[in-house]
Design a protein around this ligand. Structure first.
Ligand SMILES: Nc1ncnc2c1ncn2[C@@H]1O[C@H](COP(=O)(O)OP(=O)(O)OP(=O)(O)O)[C@@H](O)[C@H]1O
Ligand SMILES: [Mg+2]
Length: 237
């Protein structure tokens, strides 16, 4: 099983949009994919075409040794399985229990387990393994720049630029500084495309709604990069 934690280094960088698209792409390529929403906003459901009135998720299930929250998994038309956050409040202990239980799920070998981590959760407090991948989502702006400059704690993960618009001089400056200095920067980025929010308005994802877009190619680059990382991690263990 390949666990990947996607986390914005601040709110609104596009984490949930990226997970919904990459999960759909991987599932359409016949991978087994389970997304788990760690964000009480429950927005991943919206991208995945979920019935909005159904508010049951892992937080509503008793967190016990039987891992019965996995019964809350839904499956959409693209074969993406997902577990919503739900409607109960939780704490760090519940999150730790959930992550430990996720390792014991009866999933196909090489399944992808994708976590939508809201920016306020500190991954340092959670029981991650050395073969877990952390992808910090950033945008080329002063807010993310200052977070990284002041020593953002995502040093054990990779950085992925989203919503990039090279015709904006400020974004280009930030991009060039990071490209020269940020060791863990992914070797590609996700372009800005207004089709991303438009797809959400249709309760769907860009890769379904704009299959010929450049951003779909960006997500394909992300999928092959994740596959390569998975292979190199399993070879090194
Ligand atoms: N590549 C992109 N191009 C254009 N718009 C994008 C792109 N990625 C995300 N967006 C838009 O940015 C906004 C924020 O996206 P999203 O909700 O996925 O971010 P988030 O990091 O999950 O936010 P939050 O911190 O609130 O959970 C949405 O309107 C989304 O449609
Ligand atoms: Mg989100």
């Amino acid at each position: 099983m390949n666990r990947v934690f996607f986390k914005g280094i601040k709110g609104g960088t596009g984490t949930t949009s990226i997970i919904a698209n990459i999960a759909t792409l991987l599932a359409q390529s016949k991978h087994s994919v389970l997304c788990i929403d760690l964000d009480p906003k429950n927005e991943l459901c919206l991208h995945l075409g979920h019935q909005w009135h159904n508010q049951i998720g892992w937080s509503n299930k008793a967190i016990d040794a039987d891992a019965n929250w996995s019964d809350s998994a839904f499956i959409n038309e693209d074969n993406v399985k997902y577990v919503p956050f739900g409607s109960e409040s939780t704490n760090t202990f519940a999150l730790c229990t959930l992550l430990n239980q996720s390792k014991r799920l009866n999933l196909e070998a090489n399944s992808w387990l994708l976590f939508d981590v809201p920016s306020h959760i500190s991954l340092e407090e959670l029981p991650l393994d050395e073969n877990d991948l952390i992808i910090n989502i950033v945008t080329c702006d002063a807010g993310c720049y200052s977070q990284i400059k002041k020593g953002h704690s995502g040093s054990n993960g990779f950085y992925l630029i989203n919503r990039f618009n090279a015709s904006n001089p400020l974004e280009l400056d930030v991009y060039q500084i990071w490209r020269a200095n940020l060791n863990q920067l992914a070797p590609f980025f996700i372009h800005f495309d207004s089709s991303v929010p438009e797809a959400l308005a249709a309760k769907n994802v860009l890769i379904n709604c704009s299959p010929l877009s450049v951003v779909k190619e960006d997500f394909q680059a992300l999928a092959s990069w994740l596959n390569n990382k998975r292979k190199s991690l399993s070879n090194s263990l």
